[in-house]
Design a protein around this ligand. Structure first.
Ligand SMILES: [Zn+2]
Length: 254
């Protein structure tokens, strides 16, 4: 069996001088914790007041863990809204194709665009801008109103990817997302080489965070795209399940 991995998502909110942060960690290779409804599964939010603007940041971090048998979505309740949405659409983004795995710019950008289109096609709204920017200077984690997608090293080798979302604390309006794909993993097309972490598989999941969906960790929701764990060779998250679509449409329309 392939090693199961959690996908990470960081949610951050920022408007002038406010800031809050939270993170959730799930240890790898810890069977006992696999099904635990651990508090670390939930976003932790911290807020700091320092003026008229408020910043909130929530981090969802996913770790590697043992695999378990996937089950079909038990009910249509297998989705969780973060409570924040984009006030204006479509969402544009910049992709930094630099990576240590030899993936071409064409592969990275076209795969990511296809991942965005997967969500876009599930709602009547024009969710993501079909036109994206290729920016070799785009960085993860910089709050600059540019939605950046990049590969990079993450301190914890068990973390597959992290998505950060900044939003206005008061209005719950998303103002930016950044996404990091941990170079501690070997990325590529797992349908060709199952030993790889599938870029499209993880991108679709992370993009769910970028529009306002949170992770699911319950055993009955293991088959949905927003389920919080993944691993090498997994490609099932490339396509959305009905609960993922239901959650999206709750926010942006059917
Ligand atoms: Zn996630």
């Amino acid at each position: 069996m392939k090693t199961k991995i959690l996908i990470a998502m960081v949610l951050a909110l920022m408007l002038l001088s406010f800031s809050a942060a939270a993170s959730m960690l799930i240890p790898a290779s810890d069977k006992a914790k696999e099904n635990a409804k651990a508090p670390e599964h939930s976003p932790v939010i911290s807020v700091t007041d320092s003026g008229e603007w408020e910043l909130e940041r929530v981090d969802f971090i996913h770790y590697a863990k043992p695999s378990s048998a996937a089950k079909p979505p038990k009910t249509d309740t297998c989705y969780k809204l973060m409570g924040v949405t984009w006030p204006s659409l479509p969402v544009s983004y910049a992709v930094n194709p630099s990576n240590p795995d030899g993936l071409t710019e064409e592969f990275v950008t076209s795969t990511f665009a296809a991942s965005a289109e997967t969500w876009d096609a599930a709602t009547s709204a024009e969710l993501f801008n079909d036109a994206y920017t290729v920016d070799y200077t785009a960085q993860y984690g910089v709050q600059n109103y540019e939605n950046a997608v990049a590969f990079g090293a993450y301190p914890d080798s068990n973390v597959i990817a992290v998505t950060s979302v900044w939003y206005t604390r008061r209005g719950k309006q998303i103002v930016e997302f950044d996404m990091l794909f941990n170079t501690g993993f070997s990325w590529g097309d797992a349908s060709v080489d199952p030993s790889l972490m599938d870029f499209q598989n993880i991108a679709v999941h992370e993009l769910g965070h970028s529009v306002g969906l949170a992770d699911l960790y319950t055993a009955s929701c293991t088959a949905v795209t927003m389920y919080g764990y993944s691993g090498e060779g997994e490609t099932s998250k490339r396509s959305l399940e009905q609960p993922d679509v239901t959650g999206l449409q709750k926010m942006y329309g059917a």
